[in-house]
Design a protein around this ligand. Structure first.
Ligand code: AMP
Ligand code: FES
Ligand code: ZN
Length: 304
């Protein structure tokens, strides 16, 4: 088979991007990827001028790509970016140690200031949770990201969620009849009260594109996944549909955001303040504090 040539410059291509019907070389892919992120930021007003963005980096491909692209675009679009890594204290397979090392390396390379929060400071231990460690860990991460961002004066929390994550999340929620998530899953979700604005700059990009961006721009990332993460069947289904219908994922999220913007009102039901930590919740005690109680650790960071 003849070697594919880059559509833009004619050099040997590294990948055929079926969903765009494009073959690109390393350099042209990097520019193409950054243009895609820039377009998302501008078209959906994801970041505003002068905002301080807290990029949450796990050490994995998606958040490493997110941080690198944000850093690259921050000057022209006039916002600033710093990073947060949450040390989950997972000893199995040295997972947290390896994640932290990669997050530090990425931030050093990109010259981004990195803060590290150890979840034990908040009185929890992921390994003390029972069977569904990963689900509990999600609650802990969201809590720490929000509280750290607010207490340190950031305007928004940025995560590396990809189009694969969004579509799988949609399927899972839609099929379980949970429609309460809708406005929470846009490229930007405005904050309120003690809740900081959330942004998802990689909303339209796939995991594959994020990994390729890291490889082409020599950004390190950890390819191990969390030793406790269960197989995500919905993700497998999304990959399979994409394989059979290239472009499905991108089209799906494009139409999803269009639909949500036109049809969903910002519904914010009643909320309360957690009687243990003071954060926003819908019950008397927030999900994080319930986990913390189960975790049975001493509380070092309590309500101010
Ligand atoms: P996950 O919940 O593992 O799918 O991760 C979703 C997003 O949360 C990632 O793209 C990161 O932006 C962020 N994230 C996950 N784990 C960490 C961590 N240990 N420290 C900081 N941010 C994280
Ligand atoms: Fe936290 Fe799996 S236990 S990512
Ligand atoms: Zn609480």
């Amino acid at each position: 088979m003849a070697r594919l040539k880059c559509k833009f410059c004619g050099k040997p291509a590294i990948e055929r991007l079926k969903q765009y019907r494009l073959s690109l070389c390393e350099n042209c892919f990097v520019s193409f990827y950054e243009r895609q992120v820039e377009r998302t930021l501008k078209r959906y007003k994801v970041v505003r001028k002068g905002e301080r963005v807290l990029a949450c980096v796990s050490g994995g491909k998606d958040s490493s790509a997110m941080l690198a692209a944000l850093k690259k675009l921050s000057k022209n679009l006039d916002f600033s970016v710093e990073a947060l890594h949450i040390d989950l204290g997972i000893k199995k397979d040295d997972y947290s140690k390896k994640s932290l090392e990669v997050a530090e390396k990425v931030c050093r390379m990109l010259d981004v200031e990195l803060s590290i929060v150890d979840v034990s400071e908040y009185g929890v231990s992921i390994e003390s949770f029972g069977r569904k460690k990963c689900a509990a860990c999600g609650t802990v991460k969201r809590y720490v990201m929000n509280r750290f961002a607010r207490e340190n004066g950031f305007d928004c929390v940025s995560t590396g969620h990809s189009s694969d994550d969004i579509v799988a999340f949609f399927f899972r929620n839609w099929l379980s009849g949970n429609f309460d998530w809708s406005t929470k899953f846009l490229p930007r979700t405005e904050g309120f009260d003690k809740v900081v604005t959330r942004i998802r700059p990689l909303y339209f990009l796939s995991e594959r594109e994020n990994a390729l961006y890291c490889v082409c721009s020599k950004i390190p990332f950890l390819s191990d996944s969390c030793p406790y993460s269960p197989d995500d069947e919905w993700k497998e289904i999304v990959y399979e549909i994409e394989r059979r219908k290239p472009g499905f994922r991108r089209q799906f999220v494009t139409n999803l955001v269009k639909y949500l913007k036109e049809n969903s009102e910002e519904k914010r039901g009643e909320f309360k303040y957690c009687k243990l930590c003071g954060e926003v919740t819908t019950s008397d005690v927030c999900a994080f504090c319930r986990l913390r109680e189960k975790s049975g650790k001493r509380k070092k960071r309590d309500v101010p």
